[in-house]
Design a protein around this ligand. Sequence first.
Ligand code: SF4
Ligand code: SF4
Length: 362
Amino acid sequence: MPKGVQRRFVKRFLHNRVSGRKLPFFGSVEATRRCNSRCSFCPIGNERQEFKKGEMTTEEFKKVFDQFADFDLIVTSFLGGEPTLRKDFAELGHYAREKGLITQAVTNGLTLADHTDEYTRAIDNLVVSLDTLDPQKYKEIRGVDKFDDVVEGIEAAVNVSKKNKCVVVLNTVICSANMSEIPDIVKYAKRIGAGGIMVDFATFHDYWTTMTDEHSTYDPKKMDWRRDSKGVQKLVRQLMAMKKEYPILTSRSYLKTFLTGDFDYTCHPYLFCCVNRLGEIAIPCWDSKITKFYSLLDGKSLREIWRMPEVVASRKAVKDCKSCYMHCIVEPSKVVGEPFHNLGDLMEWIGVMRKNGKAIMG
Ligand code: SF4
Ligand code: SF4
């Protein structure tokens, strides 16, 4: 883990709370829209070719990390599609690290068994998706018959993680097909010695069905966990109880909302710099009706873009927006954006950061 991260985190945190300047913590880059899975809860693996066109070159990608580092971001995530499909994935991971960023990558794990050493050396926090322990169900959910390869990759990565100073975390997306299995997957994460497990409920947007191609396996009607509210409540209770003994990284404040059904949260989209595969930052966020894209590659710096009056106004315009409930935005909004309401979660985050920091720094 790059040095000085905790100090920068605290500094930015205090700065945001005191000056109210709304500075971002996290950068994420859509490394590619290509994907080698066809998950039945995700439109990206199923979308038409026209949405996948174009990708930054290695040098352009590095320029984005230069901008993140110059703007003092703490973490950068490689998102997709499947980020490991880029041939320069590991090279970019090393580059971002050298720039002082904590590197995180979310992968479906399909290429992990063949590149275990390479990926765990390049990435601080390797997040690997695993939604079931049943090979047949894996095929049903993920659209590919690759359960054994993924498990082999995960266990190999965990085995070398300490040596390579990487924390390997499992990521489990909850949908109607795997709800009963989630506690077993949590136990599996502990049994193999993973650095933790994140569990989050699949999200569905109506417009996503308009993006898919003729071979699509995207099936929100079948995969939607909202059909079983009793099952959801039972599972959430179980997960909250298991947090004491198992390394569940998902916050109580996020989980609790699925128990109470109170999804009325305050979104803090300024916490993120979300950059697409063409090197454009989405302002104020990926999914808003007023989203506009600004290129980080044609001269204007991220710092300058962030302060442009129309960008500031755009962030203000979504102050009360509640149109999505994606785990990756809800959780940081609650924990970092509303720290005094969710102090327990914040302390837990700091604990995980310190523990992972130690594991990575050695
Ligand atoms: S969830 Fe990830 S692995 Fe699955 S189709 Fe979407 S981008 Fe690909
Ligand atoms: S809730 Fe609104 S502002 Fe927040 S990420 Fe979703 S669309 Fe954007």
